[in-house]
Design a binder for this molecule. Structure first.
Ligand SMILES: [Zn+2]
Length: 136
């Protein structure tokens, strides 16, 4: 099985674990680290909306927890489903794009398109004018 297909399958499974009682949008993410390990995450909402977190950053947190600060992102798949269970075309939000680039600007990012196919793009292409902390 192609590596991205494997990650897509894991992302779909992770989406089913989401806690999304407010938006009803269940999102799962599955990533492959440069070290060759897979990590997943799902969105976790809160009654105080800004407290909630995205699937992509949950997966990154799991990877950093497991591998430490040397973690590097090789690829990530994102899958989203509506309240009726239908797959939805959802790409990573702006905050997640910045977070993905932090760990791998050249990492492959794949998410579903409106035609039900999967887009594949490099993380850096999702946020060309990303924030870079100026060195002093
Ligand atoms: Zn996000």
């Amino acid at each position: 099985m192609h590596d991205l297909d494997f990650l897509r399958t894991l992302a779909v499974q992770a989406a089913h674990q989401a806690y999304a009682p407010y938006s009803k949008l269940r999102v799962g993410a599955a990533l492959r680290s440069a070290a060759g390990h897979a990590y997943t995450g799902c969105n976790v909402e809160n009654a105080s909306y800004p407290v909630g977190g995205c699937a992509e950053r949950a997966a990154i947190a799991a990877a950093v927890q497991a591998e430490g600060p040397g973690f590097r992102l090789q690829a990530i798949a994102v899958a989203a489903f509506g309240s009726d269970g239908a797959a939805l075309p959802v790409s990573p939000c702006g905050a997640c794009r910045q977070s993905l680039i932090e760990f791998g600007a050249d990492a492959a990012v794949t998410f579903r398109q409106s035609d039900d196919g999967w887009m594949e793009v490099k993380a850096g292409e999702l946020l060309p004018f990303r924030f870079i902390l100026p060195s002093r």
